[in-house]
Design a protein around this ligand. Structure first.
Ligand code: ME8
Length: 509
């Protein structure tokens, strides 16, 4: 049987600035999902990259007195370098300045034109460079875009996409595909936005040059959002529809985005694709925004969180865990030093770290550093093992709905059950009185830890590997198909010297 396919994407990031926590967060959520799907037997394509055209990037280059191409080369590299640093397992990295993308963007344009959805007119209205978006007079708040960004008056010849004609089709599409937009509250927002009527969309500019030329009319460059959204299909080899990746992976399974850019992905993008005769993606998930110690994050407040500093201070897997555990995915969340330290010291160090350390060092000392015998499970042993063998279907549902925090709570309920089981079974008491029972108890715990290690790989790949290495689990036995009795630990197998996995975080040291 062919493996199920899963194609997921991050937004492509504007190269006007250095990566911040928002970028790291979206990319991390996608990485966790990509890793989960691979471990669960899917054929995965995971794409990220950089959005390099448009006025915002052009202006950023101008400020530094650099040519836009040289500037984007430099800044795009910062985003690319962040990936290995955060242990991100993307399969491809796309830049909108690449030749493959220019071909795809122009091909989409031609299709829209051929299908009669583009016409030439004149745009006059407001434009926000920071949002790279057009606004009508009645959308402005105190003379600014709803995001607070300054707007400028634009009056120039422009091609338009006939978005106003897509209202009914989009509403039907949302209705037929109830999982297309998540979370549900965001879906309702989009539906009410579309229901209130759509205006045709200006999709070309003539007052600057940094972009992809409109086919057959080089005075115009494509609107940066039409250019950028197309990246998702470029990476599958479009416009070559015979290309294996295209046949295999389009339509995308999931576009992960921040809540601020949902409209572009859930309204414009499916309309462009339907108009071009192409299939829309299956799902768009809009996550929330982080604040820093209760304050909106902004450059002017000087409270931007640098993901590199965060990882250097707290540790990579600690940060990966925190960002996905602290806040229900989809909601806004607050980053605070205290909550970060609490998560490290309580969930990671006290609960998980202690469980592994206690069991592994006890086995090291009392079982000749090897997997003890299973002398027959009691009801309690069976209950613990059944919990960890049986959790995958629920986790699958959690990951398919991007409920990362729920998935983690579910795994942690097994960690807590294991800690409770040690205290109740008290193997240190059994050592003299019932050594055979002690062996079974330790066997039960090690087998549970093996499965917890396997389950945690998507979230904390390095630490989970460390747990599995200490148990000397062969790398080929670490997928989710090994979460069963058939792949159970072998008594007598030698264990590695245990190392504490999650030390407590102490600000002073
Ligand atoms: O929007 N918390 O690029 P971008 C969480 N190029 N997420 C945050 C955040 C915060 N405080 N601040 C920003 C673009 N983000 C376009 C995308 S896709 C075809 C084109 C998120 O570099 C934000 O929601 O501005 C968005 O998803 C991403 O970071 C920033 O993207």
């Amino acid at each position: 049987m062919e493996a199920p396919r899963y194609y997921l994407t991050t937004p492509i990031y504007y190269v006007n600035d250095v990566p911040h926590i928002g970028h790291a967060y979206t990319t991390l959520a996608c990485d966790v999902l990509a890793r989960f799907m691979r471990l669960d037997g899917c054929d995965v394509l995971f794409l990220t990259g950089t959005d390099e055209h448009g006025q915002k990037v052009e202006k950023a280059a101008e400020t530094l007195k650099m040519e836009p191409q040289a500037f984007t080369d430099k800044v795009s590299k910062n985003f690319r370098d962040l990936l290995p640093f955060m242990n991100i397992s993307n399969d491809d990295f796309i830049r909108t300045t690449e030749a493959r993308h220019k071909v795809a963007a122009q091909a989409i344009w031609r299709r829209l034109m051929q299908n009669g959805h583009i016409y030439l007119d004149k745009y006059s209205g407001w434009y926000s460079v920071r949002d790279e978006a057009y606004f009508a007079e009645n959308e402005l708040i105190d003379g600014k875009a709803p995001t607070g960004a300054p707007v400028e008056w634009v009056e120039e010849p422009s091609y338009f996409f006939d978005l106003s004609k897509w209202q009914t089709k989009l509403l039907e599409f949302y209705d037929e595909n109830p999982n297309f937009i998540a979370p549900a509250s965001r879906r309702n927002e989009v539906i009410s936005f579309v229901s209130s009527g759509l205006r045709d969309l200006s999709i070309s500019r003539t007052s600057f040059n940094w972009g992809i030329a409109v086919p057959d009319d080089e005075k115009h460059i494509m609107y940066v959002w039409l250019d950028a959204l197309t990246n998702y299909i470029t990476a599958t080899g479009f416009p070559d529809e015979q290309e294996t990746l295209y046949k295999k992976f389009w339509p995308a399974s999931l576009h992960m985005v921040g809540k601020d850019i949902l409209r572009f992905h859930a309204v414009y993008w499916p309309a462009f694709l339907l108009a071009a005769g192409l299939e829309p993606p299956k799902r768009v998930f809009a996550h929330g925004w982080w604040t820093n110690e209760g304050q909106k994050i902004s450059k002017s407040l000087g409270n931007v969180i640098d993901p590199i500093e965060l990882v250097e201070k707290y540790g990579l897997d600690q940060v990966r865990y925190f960002l996905l555990r602290e806040v229900p995915f989809g909601n806004d969340g607050d980053f605070s030093k205290n909550s970060m330290i609490n998560r490290i010291n309580s969930d990671l160090s006290n609960d998980l770290g202690n469980l592994c350390q206690r069991v592994l060092s006890f086995v090291q000392k009392n079982c000749d550093a090897s997997i003890p015998q299973n002398n027959g499970f009691s009801k309690d042993d069976e209950r613990l093992i059944a919990q960890v063998y049986g959790v995958l279907p629920s986790l699958r549902a959690d990951f398919n709905s991007q409920s990362f925090n729920v998935a983690l709570e579910r795994i942690w309920s097994i960690v807590s059950a294991s800690n409770k089981y040690i205290d109740e079974q008290a193997p240190w008491k059994l050592r003299k009185t019932e050594p055979e029972r002690m062996q079974t108890v330790l066997f039960t715990l090690l087998e549970t830890i093996r499965c917890i290690g396997i389950l945690l790989q998507p979230i904390m790949p390095a630490s989970a590997n460390e747990i599995l290495n200490q148990l000397t689990i062969d790398p080929s036995d670490r997928s989710y198909s090994a979460l069963n009795e058939e792949h159970c630990l072998q008594s007598g197998a030698k264990l590695q010297q245990p190392n504490p996995i999650f030390p407590r975080f102490d600000e002073k040291t």
